[in-house]
Write a protein that binds this ligand. Structure first.
Ligand code: SF4
Length: 224
C-alpha cells in the first residue's frame, strides 16, 4: 500500500521552499523550518535576551507553543494572551498600543501571494500597524496553507477564514452562526462586538528596512 503521507510531506516541503524563495526576492530575511518545533527554536534564537516583545493576534503564534518560553525574566513580554486580560477591556488595548514600540513583534500572516506579498485583515489594526512600522524587528511565522495566487485570491481567503476568528473572539456577527461571510455591517457598541473585518493591509516588499521583517516559513500547516 502506498504511503500517501510521503507525497503530502514532499508537497509541503516544496511549497515551503517556493515560499522562501519568493520572499527572499522581496528582501525578507527568511528561515525555513521543517516542523513547528524547529520553527519555535528558530524564533527563540532571533530574540536577544532582555528584549521587549509584542504579539500579534494569531492562531499561528498560539500553535507555535512559544508563550511559556517568553513568559520569564529573560524577556519583557507584553502578554496580550495573559488570562487576566479581557480582550474587550482598556487594559488589553493598552498592551496592544505599547506593543507598537517593542524591540520584537511576533505574529502570523493571513496570506502570502505567489509574488511574495503579505496580505492581512485586522479588526482593530493593531497587528498590521506593528507589522508595517514600529517594532524594531518583526518575526512572521507562516505555514504553507497561507500560499495563494495573488491579492484577490488572498482577500477571498481572508473572508473564508474570518468566520472562524469571529467565532473564536465571540463577535456578534451573522458569520458566527452561519460560518459564511455576508460582508456584514454590524456596528460596534458597548455590548455588541461588531464587524471584525475592518482593516485590510498588503505589504508589497521588505526593501525599506533591511533585516526588519523576518519570516519563518514552516513546511506544515499553521493557523487558520
Ligand atoms: S465581514 Fe462580517 S460576516 Fe464577513 S467575515 Fe467579517 S465579520 Fe463575518
Amino acid at each position: 500500500m502506498r504511503d500517501f503521507n510521503e507525497y503530502y510531506q514532499w508537497h509541503v516541503g516544496k511549497k515551503a521552499e517556493f515560499m522562501a524563495e519568493i520572499l527572499r526576492k522581496k528582501d525578507y530575511r527568511v528561515s525555513l523550518a521543517r516542523t513547528k518545533e524547529e520553527a519555535k527554536s528558530m524564533v527563540l534564537s532571533m530574540i536577544p535576551e532582555g528584549s521587549s516583545i509584542g504579539l500579534g493576534g494569531s492562531q499561528t503564534v498560539i500553535q507555535l507553543g512559544i508563550l511559556d518560553e517568553l513568559r520569564n525574566d529573560r524577556y519583557q513580554l507584553l502578554d496580550r494572551y495573559a488570562p487576566c486580560y479581557d480582550s474587550r477591556e482598556g487594559q488589553h488595548f493598552g498592551i496592544l498600543r505599547e506593543s507598537l514600540m517593542t524591540d520584537v513583534f511576533i505574529t502570523g500572516t493571513n496570506a502570502v501571494t505567489m509574488k511574495g506579498e503579505l496580505v492581512n485583515m485586522d479588526c482593530s489594526g493593531s497587528r498590521v500597524a506593528a507589522m508595517a512600522y514600529g517594532p524594531k524587528k518583526v518575526i512572521i511565522v507562516v505555514g504553507v496553507n497561507k500560499l495563494v495566487k495573488d491579492i484577490p485570491a488572498a482577500v477571498d481567503r481572508l473572508y473564508q477564514i474570518a468566520p472562524m476568528n469571529c467565532r473564536k473572539e465571540e463577535h456578534h456577527t451573522p458569520c458566527v452562526e452561519t460560518g459564511i461571510c455576508t460582508d456584514c455591517n454590524v456596528k460596534q457598541t458597548e455590548t455588541i462586538r461588531g464587524r471584525m473585518c475592518n482593516i485590510l493591509s498588503v505589504i508589497l516588499s521588505a526593501h525599506k528596512f533591511p533585516g526588519r521583517l523576518n519570516v519563518v516559513v514552516v513546511a506544515d500547516e499553521m493557523g487558520f
